[in-house]
Design a binder for this molecule. Structure first.
Ligand SMILES: Cc1ncc(COP(=O)(O)O)c(C=O)c1O
Length: 400
């Protein structure tokens, strides 16, 4: 099934401003349905949770609907969906809860491919617990994170393996299922960063074998909310720090303070928006899977045009050649710093990012962090061929 990209673009008011939004990897624009859902939630009386009056019941309904929608997006269970201000904040929180059972000499594995949000919380928490940190390495020539190395890294002391489902700069999609299978066989838990992967591919936390799957709604057309999905039975075993009077139920015990109900209504609308990208029937889960399969196919076709265009310029270096990757290009232009390239493109109304984009270890491993790293142009489902042409024309001005 093909995407009707013109219709999709029309659903996003911000896309009408003439800019080419190739910055989606840092956060997407938001469709009208999401804006309206947030505004409707605020315009209808909305109370705090758990009260005796209808405005409070609406907050509870919004929360329950959002947990169900995120479960449909990821293949998890509604009672295993945790909300937080960002993936980074939630990861520090989950690390704190998990580390309560770690002993000195226990081991935690992080990867050089990951965004720092799935590295530093584990490294710092491990240090406090006296746990040992082991590193999975990236092949800088290809941008692959070979899964085979994990059999040499995982031991009977491994408590947690943190790994990304997709690199936010190279797009590399490692074999997460192979890695989590090795972790599980050794009795270790896995924490999978799905922030970059979720907008680009159908997600199935069961197939990934992810004990925890983290994502952020602002990367997939929603508001700024972080999410962690885990089995409720696993969450029951964890005791995060919490206030005495706040709910001890799962997943509430992981959520600090009052939830942003209006934003949660927006998250639900974002999942429904994703599920509606191709016509179809069936459950929300079935529709979202069909839509995301179409998104993946569309983005990959457009990405080929983008990559072959960039690789066709003699003066451009592209990074990453992973066999499986999202539509995320990372490149440098000879004779221009990444910042100069981004500024030039901005003058042509083309939004791209320059710098390490918090892929701190990875840009270090690639040997480009100290020179300003590179330029990132990422495609999402609302980008079109005309925007790719504009980007290539903008880069061509620098190389001619
Ligand atoms: C792969 C990846 N992981 C984690 C994060 C952090 O997410 P948040 O901004 O929700 O903390 C980002 C944000 O750019 C990301 O791209």
């Amino acid at each position: 099934m093909q995407l009707d990209v013109a219709a999709i673009r029309a659903a996003y008011p911000a896309l009408a401003d003439g800019y080419a939004y190739l910055d989606g990897a840092a956060g997407t624009q938001v469709p009208s349905a999401v804006i309206e859902a947030i505004s409707r939630a605020q315009a209808t009386g909305l109370g705090n949770a758990g009260g005796a009056f209808p405005a409070s019941a609406r907050a509870d309904e919004i929360t329950a609907a959002c947990r169900a929608a995120v479960a449909a997006l990821t293949g998890g269970e509604p009672d295993g969906v945790i909300f937080g201000p960002s993936m980074t904040a939630l990861t520090y929180r989950m690390a704190g809860a998990l580390a309560k059972t770690w002993q000195p000499g226990d081991e935690v594995i992080v990867s050089r491919l990951d965004h720092d949000a799935n590295i530093r919380p584990w490294v710092q928490t491990a240090e406090r617990a006296g746990a040992v940190v082991r590193w999975a390495e990236v092949d800088p020539a290809t941008g692959e994170l070979p899964a085979a190395q994990y059999s040499g890294l995982i031991t009977d002391r491994t408590r947690l393996v943190a790994v990304t489902a997709a690199s936010n700069i190279l797009g590399t999609r490692p074999d997460v299922a192979a890695i989590t299978t090795l972790a599980r066989a050794a009795g270790a838990l896995s924490y999978v960063d799905g922030v970059h992967a979720t907008p680009h591919v159908p997600v199935d936390v069961q197939a990934l074998g992810a004990d925890f799957y983290a994502t952020s709604a602002y990367k997939w057309s929603g508001p700024h909310i972080g999410l962690v999905v885990a089995a409720p039975s696993l969450l029951e075993t964890l005791r995060p720090d919490k206030l005495v009077p706040s709910s001890d139920a799962v997943p509430d015990r992981f959520e600090l303070g009052t939830l942003p109900f209006a934003s949660l209504a927006g998250v639900t609308a974002a999942v429904h928006h994703l599920a509606s990208l191709v016509p179809g029937s069936g459950t929300l889960r079935e529709r979202v899977l069909a839509s995301m399969a179409a998104v993946q196919e569309y983005e990959q076709e457009l990405f080929e045009v983008l990559l072959s265009g960039l690789d066709g310029f003699g003066h451009v270096t592209t990074y990453g050649k992973a066999a499986s990757r999202t539509a995320t290009a990372y490149f440098t232009v000879a004779g221009h710093t990444p910042e100069q390239v981004a500024c030039h493109l901005a003058s042509r109304q083309i939004n791209v990012w320059n710098g390490h984009n918090y892929a701190w270890e990875l840009t270090g491993a690639l040997g480009i962090r100290d020179s300003g790293s590179a330029v990132r142009a990422g495609l999402v489902h609302y980008n079109d061929a005309a925007e790719v042409d504009r980007l290539l024309a903008g880069v061509a001005e620098l190389v001619s």
